[in-house]
Design a protein around this ligand. Sequence first.
Ligand SMILES: C[S@@+](CC[C@H](N)C(=O)[O-])C[C@H]1O[C@@H](n2cnc3c(N)ncnc32)[C@H](O)[C@@H]1O
Length: 172
Amino acid sequence: MSKAKFNTALIVGAGSGLSASLTRALAKEGIKVALAARTPGDLDALAKETGARAFACDASKRAEVEKLFAEVDAAFGAPDIVMSDMAPNTVGHRQTDHLRIVMLIEAAADFAIEVLKPGGTFITKAFQGGETAEVLRTLKAAFTEVKHVKPKASRQQSSEVYLVATGLRPRG
Ligand SMILES: C[S@@+](CC[C@H](N)C(=O)[O-])C[C@H]1O[C@@H](n2cnc3c(N)ncnc32)[C@H](O)[C@@H]1O
């Protein structure tokens, strides 16, 4: 990761796992990190350790997403990277769980396209077969490259994958 290329990152659905490791790695590179979670108080220790700033946001609520954009923009400017590590609480009903996953991926993709700097990168947690053709179409129209990535740290048995979209095209 090069310092010249990225200055700011926004991680939505942040917690103590992968997103905390990512925050530490980004902060080490001198990248300013905004963390958004439904209960931002849980991120106080991480924010103190890394210099990141924590914001409250339930991404399923449009008004909260808009407030988050305004706050992050005022604090850091438009982010170069938006990452969503959100996953819904599952209820064990296949179709319901699938719909909840799709909704979070779509919400994250929409807001990333709206807030990212042109040229920016969007990364979202997804699940094999979890996103819709529609969200892939939206991302492919908005970014120059879109791919699925299975990080080494992700358990092989898990259907978890990450969608990585790079090079946000300038908005028309
Ligand atoms: C699998 S956990 C990942 C936690 C975290 N990224 C980490 O590295 O520890 C999924 C996270 O998504 C968050 N989440 C689910 N729905 C959300 C929503 N509508 N808005 C914000 N966060 C949400 C949950 O609170 C939870 O922290």
